[in-house]
Design a protein. Structure first.
Length: 556
């Protein structure tokens, strides 16, 4: 039972990290600056949502958290990081358009983009500090003196949500975060530069990215181009040689060359002159041995006819992966397709080629990047951090036995999981045989806060709070990969349980610090609570795993 819990818990969190790739609605692209524009005016600012066509979004608000200079108002310091610097309330009747993209941009955008615009807004994004773009549901205007948007007692714009500028919001005026991304000016955080989403993109070589987008093939975030550049791509159009004759004993078999990665769904046209006027006469169309369509009768008898269908982009790309830009094509008739004088068959495929070049694509399919044939859903770096005290022997054995199953199962779903399994201060072997080291030896014992200042020392095998802070801060995370820390323990997070199996203020501080460090580094934290843990440990584990995609599970 413990082994099953561990598998389900860990898999659930890892899949949640990549859920954005299939979420109903998400942030897809944003341009906050157009460097090089005359007078530092940015006419091409925009943001784009992607979602299911027809999905209502009238209860959503686009909120940007940035900075303003710190000032004292009525004796209270205001400003710094976590200030609402931009927001867009979607119309109550708004829905995702038929193309799956809801584009919001300035009226100064070029005419070709205005044609696909859903909402015009004078955005005026800031471009001088780290900022977080959030898509939130049910923004609570009652916090701003008047519950009737957008006419409120005072505007939410300029309102400080992080009062002590520590990277954790003290005021949350919405029901839930649907999606978010932090655009980083640098990897150094201070009281005016904080990130409030676990998903980070940037910095760019020149500072804060002017343009960010999700890759079209795996939804990972990437830095785009500094100056607005509309995407221009080529169309691939390939046709097989004509096969003649074509009947139950003569199939079409050909290999197309020059087949590159598709950036759109693939249109397939099958031209047949055959004895196929009845419903019992069928042909299968196969790409590299995979059936992509079955065509039934109804063709004019012995007259040339064309049938069209589409192959989804992701299916087409998965089929062609590893074939060196070739595509074997077969059209295989069943035994009912009889002889017809002059019978022929040919196949044409056409699609928009992915260019792999960063460019602006408002209202259109984003460019692909770093395509992996085996792992299109992306990659996650996972660090398991385990309490190695004696009471954890059974959990250790279960984890060690289950990790290969987790990796294999998620790999079959297109997700590459790169696990690291460490103890906290020890690597004792035995039931802990899967540990490849420990946090203290690999990353040092100094416990950092969100600013990188050392505030303590890691000195106990049960100190999973301090260990999480160290891993979040100093683990060599791979750029572009999602980041996950999974802590596993049955004791309190700072040096284990106190007298009488209690938790104290040091435990609470250890967890709060780890959360702050994880937020600052874009790391997601999950906690697994071992058998026999007391209630206060479960509560602190839940506090560690706070947030919309963080989770705590019991191994009971």
């Amino acid at each position: 039972m413990r082994q099953t819990w561990m598998w389900l818990a860990t898999a659930a969190v890892i899949l949640a990290l990549t859920a954005g790739a299939s979420a109903q609605v998400r942030i897809n692209e944003a341009r906050i600056d157009d460097q090089g524009s005359a007078g530092n005016v940015d006419p091409d600012e925009y943001f784009e949502l992607q979602g299911e066509p027809g999905l209502p979004i009238g209860d959503l608000t686009y909120v940007v958290l940035g900075r303003r200079p710190i000032e004292t108002i009525s004796g209270i310091p205001w400003g710094g990081a976590g200030v609402i610097v931009n927001m867009t309330q979607f119309p109550a009747s708004a829905t995702i358009p038929a193309n799956g993209r809801y584009l919001v941009n300035r009226p100064t955008m070029p005419p070709q983009w205005q044609a696909v615009t859903s909402l015009f807004q004078d955005l005026g994004f800031e471009d001088d500090a780290t900022q977080t773009h959030l898509l939130v549901r049910n923004f609570d205007y009652s916090m701003f003196d008047d519950a009737t948007p957008p006419t409120v007692g005072f505007s939410p714009l300029g309102f400080d949500l992080d009062l002590d500028n520590d990277g954790i919001l003290d005021i949350v005026p919405w029901g839930e975060v649907v999606d978010g991304v932090s655009i980083l000016k640098s990897n150094t955080f201070d009281v005016e530069n904080r990130a409030y989403s676990p998903t980070h993109v940037g910095p760019a070589s020149y500072g804060i990215p002017a343009h960010v987008f999700r890759c079209g093939n795996n939804a990972n975030w990437r830095v785009g181009v500094q100056k607005f550049r509309a995407r221009v791509v080529a169309t691939i159009n390939k046709t097989t040689p004509t096969t003649s004759p074509f009947d139950s004993t003569h199939a079409l078999s050909a290999t197309l060359t020059g087949i590159t990665q598709a950036g759109s769904d693939v249109l397939v046209k099958v031209t047949l002159k055959a004895d196929m006027n009845g419903s019992s006469e069928t042909v299968k169309v196969l790409f590299a041995g995979t059936t992509v369509a079955t065509l039934t009768g109804g063709f004019s008898d012995c007259a040339s006819s064309v049938r069209e269908f589409t192959v989804p982009r992701d299916l087409f790309n998965s089929i062609r992966c590893g074939l060196n830009n070739t595509l074997p094509v077969q059209v295989a008739p069943n035994s009912n397709v009889g002889f017809c004088p002059g019978s022929t068959a040919k196949v044409n495929v056409s699609y928009t080629q992915t260019d792999g070049v960063t460019s602006d694509t408002p209202g259109k399919v984003n460019p692909d990047c770093l395509c992996s044939c085996s792992y299109p859903a992306g990659t996650v770096d996972v660090v398991f951090v385990m309490d190695t005290s004696g009471s954890m022997d059974d959990e250790a054995a279960a984890l060690c036995a289950t990790i290969p199953t987790i990796v294999s199962s998620l790999g079959s779903q297109g997700l590459l999981v790169l696990p690291t399994v460490w103890g906290i201060t020890d690597s004792p072997g035995g039931a802990f045989s899967c540990l490849t080291g420990n946090v203290a030896n690999a990353l040092g014992t100094g416990v950092p806060n969100a600013s990188g200042t050392i505030i303590g020392q890691l000195d106990a095998p049960e100190s999973w709070g301090d260990a999480a802070a160290i891993v979040a801060s100093r683990f060599p995370w791979t750029p572009g990969h999602a980041r996950l820390v999974v802590t596993i323990s049955d004791e309190a997070p700072y040096q284990g349980n106190g007298p009488g199996n209690t938790c104290d203020a040091a435990d609470t501080f250890s967890v709060a610090n780890a959360v702050s460090v994880a937020n600052s580094k874009g790391v997601v934290v999950s906690t697994l609570v071992g058998t026999g843990a007391v209630a206060c440990v479960e509560g602190l584990a839940a506090a560690m795993a706070e947030g919309p995609i963080r989770s705590t599970f019991s191994l009971r």
